[in-house]
Design a protein around this ligand. Structure first.
Ligand code: NAD
Length: 251
């Protein structure tokens, strides 16, 4: 990353930026000079801590409690960011949830919640940024999908559908943005050491780790590195791509 200020003067929005992978993404962008707005839903304490850490990096940072599945609220939040700061150059769709049940036990509302947050949430955020990026003839859109969107996973029909959906959306949007200086890419993390994964029963987690060739969970920082790579102004010829950060678990 050269002099460490690759993103100087750029404004980034990271959804799900309060904790876990989104937290690490926000910090990595900021360490390299980006100003950052984080968007989150719950756990105000985590958002406060992240904001403090961002501010300590001598960049501009702010937080918004906005449900990404709420189209109107997302429009308002993103309009405010664009009005106050003049631009959003980098959008990272990282907000996500899982509500795991096998198909026989999966009610419509848990299907819908996951689709609304993980897939429609990304649509809402891109919709609120896209014409602005087109006008500026510059943009970097990166969505955090999952290995589960590629390979499937028992008990994650809703989650897998939302994450596969992000991949199709990414490739189609890459075509639409290509002549406008906008790149659109996705990252598929494998199993990363965050609260989402720590919530799994110990014996299940142990079995998961046994299937990872690298022999351990990934770290949020390892995902963040891939995001910063794609977010770079120098990555303009990389679009419509999916980068796997999974310790070799799916190739
Ligand atoms: P996490 O639960 O630690 O953090 C989730 C973040 O999303 C939080 O900031 C939360 O406030 C935010 N969020 C949730 N619902 C929201 C909503 N409706 N509106 C706005 N913000 C909302 O999760 P994590 O493990 O850091 O995962 C981050 C992303 O990475 C998710 O999209 C997840 O699906 C994906 N992912 C995680 C793993 C993993 O192993 N942890 C693997 C592959 C993909």
């Amino acid at each position: 990353m050269g002099n460490g200020k690759e993103f100087q003067g750029k404004w980034a929005v990271v959804t799900g930026g309060s904790r876990g992978i989104g937290h690490a993404i926000a910090l990595d962008l900021a360490k390299n000079g980006a100003n950052v707005s984080i968007v989150y839903l719950e756990h105000h304490g985590d958002a406060d801590t992240t904001l403090k850490q961002l501010n300590a990096l001598n960049i501009e940072a702010e937080k918004y409690q906005t449900d990404v599945s709420d189209h109107q609220r997302v429009q308002e939040t993103f309009s405010t960011i664009i009005k106050n700061h003049g631009a959003i150059e980098i959008l990272v769709n990282c907000a996500g949830i899982n509500r795991d049940k096998s198909m026989s036990k999966l009610p419509l509302d848990l299907w819908q919640q996951v689709i609304d947050t993980n897939l429609t949430g990304a649509y809402n955020c891109i919709k609120a940024t896209w014409d602005h990026m087109k006008e500026k003839q510059y943009g970097r859109v990166i969505s955090i999908s999952s290995i589960v969107g590629q390979a499937g996973n028992f008990g994650q029909v809703n989650y897998a559908a939302s994450k596969s959906g992000l991949l199709g959306m990414t490739k189609s949007l890459a075509l639409e943005g290509a002549r406008n200086g906008i790149t659109v890419n996705a990252i598929c993390p494998g199993f990363i050491n965050t609260d989402m994964v720590r919530g799994m029963p110990d014996d299940v987690l142990e079995k998961v780790i046994q299937r990872i060739p690298v022999g351990r969970l990934g770290t949020p920082e390892e995902v963040a590195r891939a995001v910063s790579f794609l977010a770079s102004p120098q990555s303009g010829f990389i679009t419509g791509q999916v980068i796997n950060v999974n310790g070799g678990q799916y190739m």
